[in-house]
Design a protein around this ligand. Sequence first.
Ligand code: ATP
Length: 798
Amino acid sequence: MRVLVLGSCLLLQAPGGKKLADNVKVIVRCRPLNKKEVAVSAAEVVTVEERRGTISVRDPEAPKVFTFDQVYDQKSLQTTVYKESAENIIDAVLEGFNGTIFAYGQTGTGKTFTMTGASCDASLPGIVPQSFEQIFNTITNSQGKQYLVRASYLEIYNEDVRDLLSRDHTRKLAVRENPDTGVYVEDLTSIVVKGTKEITKVMNVGLKNRVVGATNANDQSSRSHSIFMIDIECSEIDEAGEAHLRSGRLNLVDLAGSERQSKTGAAGERLKEGAKINLSLTALGQVIKALVESKSGAHIPYRNSSLTPGLFEFCACPWCTWFVQDSLGGNSKTMMVATIGPADSNFSETMSTLGYAHRAKSIKNRPKINEDPKDALLREYQEEILRLKEQLGKGGKKRSGKRRKPRTIKFDANGQEIPPEEGEDQEESDDDEGKDGVTDEAELARIREEELRKLEEEKAAMMADNTMLEETKTQLLAQMSARQGEIQQEQRQAAQLASKIKALESKLLVGGKSIEEHTAEQERQLRARQRQLQEQAAQAAQLQAELEARRERREAVEESYTSLEKEVEHKTKKLEKVFHKLKEIEQRINVMHERFAHQREEVQIQTEEAQKRLRLKQLIIEHFIPPTEADKLRRRAFFDEAAGTWALRPITETDDLESTVTRDRPKSAFASRNRAITVFAQMQAAVDTNPRYKADNIMAVELDMPERTTMDYSGPSVSARAQEALDAALRDEGDVVIGQSTDDFIDEIIRKKRREEKMASKRQRPGTAKGPKRTGTGRSNGPAEEFPSRRGLVKERA
Ligand SMILES: Nc1ncnc2c1ncn2[C@@H]1O[C@H](COP(=O)(O)OP(=O)(O)OP(=O)(O)O)[C@@H](O)[C@H]1O
């Protein structure tokens, strides 16, 4: 299998040059809800997923999902639809294929909008006007090719074929069949167009003549099928100098909308039209069905076929049959644009359209380049131009044989013509003629002018010559005038031929233009581009994410290397870059580390300072503010985020109650008064208004004694003996006797005590009283001093 790339069109070619089948391309476009649907708040049942190419229709019973070559949602742009779907077909037509783009769908779903554009908005051109731009841009930019472009526009209304470009566009045209060239519409106007402006004019003339009418479903409903045909013939000289001719025909079809009569509210003429339209569309549907169901490669008998009953109703003419035959299952690159509405009220029509469209996907066409067609007008033109030029080169007359060079006639003194010198009156050699045996027409014109001028001069000279015989003179003058007339006749004929050639040549388009034309063309293209860009800008936001993803993918692809060496080189460079970056980052990190360390130190110092101040405050609070007050303050304190400081809430009643001990009214106060008041003050108040003695200024506060909160100590009970010993011990420390047991020590003390008592009683008896006797301790503190000291006791014991 070979793959041929022609322009942007990809063709699969089987071995042996046989073209492979090319499926009919099917795209679906959903229009937005229209005003009426919005007014009744119609629900949308159609979901379009452009990326997946699917259309889902919400059906309560079983939701349906259809897949197509391309789908477009309510927001799709005219330019997007064209660029993505139609452009390839136009390119193919310019290469010599036949192409058909037809819109099919319920009435009011946007067939005309998609094909022709919005009637009220020229900035929304449909497929037809956009194809004009593409065709003429391609021709302008081509090199070494000659084109002939013709446009025709016809409509099929109630089975009649009508010429939309004719003066009498209601005239029914006859359809004939030519055994060589096939079926054709007799007298169909075909206008040679040389640019976008001209072909747009042609389209507008046809649109004005088209039958449209208002129905419930559409104010501007197309009541006929319309076909805008563009024939493009291209001739190219190959390297061997041989001319090749190709011809492609583009059919741009806007079918009338299928409709339910009950819905459209049609009556009378409209009802009849509707019935015909439906019939023809049903027939078209049947053709599609038959094509899909037939075995691959089998012959489809388009006429009188049991497979396609009712096909004639599409239009009862062979032309339509031929048209359908070529576009569906024949020699054509075909695209079907199915248009649908999103509203639930159109559910059944939408399902039906999608069903047809889905079936049409399986139709296989066999497009081929139309080479050297017999009926090519371009060839006729080229041949005619050549013939005329030849004629022009031969002096404006069809002359055979050699041509005489113009000669100046000379006379002798007697007025006799001097015969030409040798070689002077020679016939022109073939070498003197142009390449194709034709002398350059400008040169020929110059020679004629020269001859005329000389004849005039000779005539004047002869008139002035008195030596000549009158008779001879008259004869020669007559000859000269005849020759003059001959030359003038040749001049007229040449001018006629030249204008004919010019007219024919002007119909042919060649690539490559003058700088001025080219600049003007570029400016026009630029304006068109700007318009497109504006439209696309609206979509830009949506596409942003997609572009990002694509960019990433592209970068990934760029990184796929052609060789190992390149990969190493690239990666080394990358590594160096990364290393350099790493160094920079390390340096920055070091600087940051130093800065952070410095800051940390500062923060530490500040924290320590703050802690010191805090401890000082705690010290002051703990030692100088009663804990209850501090508690109260803590409860009232809050941090004011806005001011960044601590603040105190104002004292509320609750705080007040908590902080104040409820005090009883002083006992001295009278029942009716707030405070205690003296009798004097009462009396005084009655007579004296001086506020100084007012009762409220006197405060008699009874001292409220605090309650005792401690108790007297009552120690543990001790035996009388122990108590006595303790008392004695407490009375005087005495010396500690080491090694003595407690009982011995107590006995010792008791003994001492008794001794002391005996001595005291002796002293109290008369005659025995002799002043106190000093002990070794030197102390003289009463009777206690009589006791031996502890040290003494220890000594004693030792
Ligand atoms: N994709 C779209 N975006 C915006 N408006 C649209 C779109 N498609 C259709 N419309 C609008 O819907 C209305 C009907 O469209 P149009 O006349 O193209 O329908 P139709 O299918 O050709 O109908 P009919 O079969 O009756 O001729 C028009 O006003 C057109 O501008």
